[in-house]
Write a protein of this length. Structure first.
Length: 331
């Protein structure tokens, strides 16, 4: 799950408010960290209960979806040979269906089964070193990639090829949504939940002001705040490739893969931030748009009315532009 660090790295919390009624808990999760801030009321749960509930959810997500622990459900599935099936919990099957939707919408560019390619190029959980693979090795790995090799039969996930599923483009957003819904069920109505960079906010801080996030320009040397935005009821996800890459023979190779090519993308889109009522969908769409690139991604966002901010490399730095859906959401 450490790959989730690739997402949301330009989002930071600002203006979190002060006062005894503002509670904050945090800790490690999925190879990164989480933070929960909420307004505590006399009728609400105690901080220790909140911590226990949140960490139970995050541990469950890690146990089901992590590609970095051999005992996770998805890694057990990934080790199965072709023509195998495995019973899966409902949310695993739900994310497979979301992955299929995004794969179809992107005409195969987004794909949950790219783990063999990530490993081959040096970015995956089983990677040995960063390198440009041989044509023979690439052709072999591509035989084990393709969302079409997956199918759901009753409550089982099945595969007709030795594919490996990687949920790192969806799992963190899903975890945030689960935490938010659980805290709402406990009576918490004003909160901000962040896990590995994906976040969602509801309601207000103790002083009545809205929760805010800072969207930053992707600079390797320092953080530069581009916009500070009030967020209420939306999940926020950023995907980018400017930190996770390697260079060989003067060519830059990022961790962002187009499954149709079997190789890292080659375009100037550095980062995409997406706002969506579902943090899960914000997570998935930010990855999808980054894969498609500055023009195809922009056209996709317009067609699907996605609220997004695109940051593109230019000769002297970066430029950004926002979709009409974003401008309506954040005037």
């Amino acid at each position: 799950m450490r790959n989730a660090l690739w997402l949301g790295v330009w989002l930071s919390l600002v203006g979190c408010g002060q006062g005894a009624s503002l509670e904050r808990i945090s800790g490690p999760t999925m190879g990164s960290s989480y933070t929960v801030q909420y307004v505590r009321t006399p009728q609400g749960p105690a901080p220790q209960q909140v911590r226990q509930e949140v960490e139970a959810i995050l541990e469950g997500v890690d146990q089901r979806f992590s590609t970095y622990r051999s005992d996770s459900l998805i890694e057990v599935f990934n080790r199965l040979p072709a023509n195998s099936c495995q019973p899966m919990p409902a949310d695993v099957l739900e994310l497979v269906r979301v992955g299929e939707q995004l794969s179809q919408q992107s005409e195969g560019a987004f794909d949950l089964t790219v783990e063999p390619l990530l490993d081959l190029w040096g970015f995956g959980p089983q990677a040995r070193k960063e390198q440009v693979p041989s044509a023979q090795a690439l052709a072999s790995a591509r035989k084990r990639v393709g969302h079409g090799h997956l199918r759901i039969v009753a409550e089982q996930l099945c595969k007709d090829a030795a594919v490996q599923v990687d949920f790192n483009s969806l799992a963190a957003g899903h975890a945030v949504d689960l935490v938010v819904e659980r805290l709402k069920a406990l009576g918490v109505t004003d909160l901000l939940v962040e896990a590995t960079g994906e976040l969602k906010a509801l309601g207000h801080k103790p002083d009545g002001s809205q929760w805010k996030v800072a969207v930053e320009l992707p600079r390797e040397d320092r953080q530069i705040t581009q916009q500070v935005l009030a967020v209420d009821g939306f999940g926020v996800s950023t995907s980018g490739d400017y930190r996770n890459y390697f260079e060989e023979n003067g060519q830059r190779y990022s961790h962002t893969f187009d499954a149709r090519l079997g190789a890292p993308v080659k375009h100037d889109l550095a980062a995409v931030t997406v706002f969506n009522r579902s943090t899960l969908m914000a997570d998935g769409y930010s990855t999808l748009l980054l894969i498609l690139g500055p023009q195809d991604g922009w056209d996709f966002a317009l067609r699907h009315e996605i609220a997004a901010v695109f940051v593109t490399r230019v000769a002297d730095g970066f430029v950004s532009r926002s979709t009409p859906a974003f401008e309506q959401l954040m005037p």
